[in-house]
Ligand binder design. Sequence first.
Ligand SMILES: Nc1ncnc2c1ncn2[C@@H]1O[C@H](COP(=O)(O)OP(=O)(O)OP(=O)(O)O)[C@@H](O)[C@H]1O
Ligand SMILES: [Mg+2]
Length: 236
Amino acid sequence: MALLEIERVVVRYGKALALDGASVHADRGELVGVLGPNGAGKTTLLRAIARMVPSTGTLRFAGADLQTLPPHRVAAHGIGHCAEGRHLFAELTVGKNLELGAYLRRDRDGVAQDLERMLALFPVLRERHGQIAGTLSGGEQQMLAIARALMCRPSLLLLDEPSTGLSHRIKRDIFQAIARIRRDGVTVLLVEQDAVSTFEIADRIYVLEQGRIAKEGTAADLAKDEGVRQIYLGVA
Ligand SMILES: Nc1ncnc2c1ncn2[C@@H]1O[C@H](COP(=O)(O)OP(=O)(O)OP(=O)(O)O)[C@@H](O)[C@H]1O
Ligand SMILES: [Mg+2]
């Protein structure tokens, strides 16, 4: 059974249809990529799963019906959401941001272990532990946002364009970290603009266009698709 099952989900912003019956699933341990042009509904898809926007259709996670869950209960159910634009506590230190990521947990030893794992995953955060988050570089802020989302020990991590606006080198570090997160057992739903890097690390890929799933398949199969090669991978 899939860990995440989204079926025929519709989201409207007023009269605008942002998701028009999209169906997406992720099996436990999978890394699933979502590509698509600007305005396709990628962020809306993650916001629907995180219950930040009302939707119709089926949203099931680990056998539970997410549609009945208020947004503030989503994290406690094991879904970590790393939203577009990072949303860190800019005035607080790196360490405090990570600590707050674990605010729902009472297992102090487990939290301390996870903190250590995050500092091993992103060594620059260890160096910056006492620094105010708002003064970090863009890449460091992105790493902190991912690490903070992982501090609630989610079984599903939703990532919205983690590599956007970052240098080639930092992008590579971020993608390597995402691959590592999946190897450590977290299921990942990754929305990205960098199709080439996403194809390298994802098991399966969905292409979202105008609120609908236009294409889906394993990364290996979709990489052979003519349209995908031309539009997303930049090869003829
Ligand atoms: N709060 C909102 N109110 C009205 N329309 C919205 C709102 N948020 C998004 N939309 C519209 O819904 C559609 C999907 O937006 P969404 O942000 O999900 O796209 P996206 O695929 O994430 O795009 P991008 O690649 O630019 O991040 C767009 O047409 C957008 O203008
Ligand atoms: Mg978006």
